[in-house]
Design a protein. Structure first.
Length: 133
């Protein structure tokens, strides 16, 4: 027979009871971000700057990512915010690089980059604003 220490048995029982009691709870977002300060900028960028992008494919994808960033910040979901930040930032960097000297919406893309930088600071991302110089 196996001998069980009474103290260990009590701890094990309490742990199991807590696990069973919390088993049906929804999992909270573990990477919480307070993006309330940048939400107005994200919304403004999505509504005023993104629609000006000349390339339809770039415009549609960046609009989608900005909407997802907005939702992620409202839900305090840093992981999702950083994911869409990387996607939108990469698309805009490629777009700007392809359109050197011919980019009529350069100032708007620069404005979007500033918003992405603000989101990166709020969400702990790695967006490099210097890449847009």
């Amino acid at each position: 027979l196996i001998r069980v220490n009474a103290g260990r048995a009590a701890v094990l029982g309490a742990t199991l009871a807590a696990a069973v009691a919390c088993g049906d709870a929804t999992a909270p977002v573990t990477d919480r971000v307070d993006g309330a300060a940048v939400l107005p900028a994200v919304e403004d960028t999505r509504l005023r700057l993104v629609p000006v992008i000349a390339n339809t494919g770039v415009r549609d994808r960046v609009a989608y990512d900005m909407a997802e960033i907005e939702k992620a910040l409202q839900a305090h979901d840093g992981t999702k915010a950083r994911y869409h930040l990387r996607i939108a930032g990469g698309i805009l960097l490629d777009y700007r690089a392809r359109m050197v000297g011919v980019n009529p919406d350069g100032p708007d893309v620069g404005g979007i980059a500033l918003t992405l930088h603000a989101v990166s600071v709020a969400a702990g991302g790695t967006f490099d604003i210097n890449a847009f110089r």
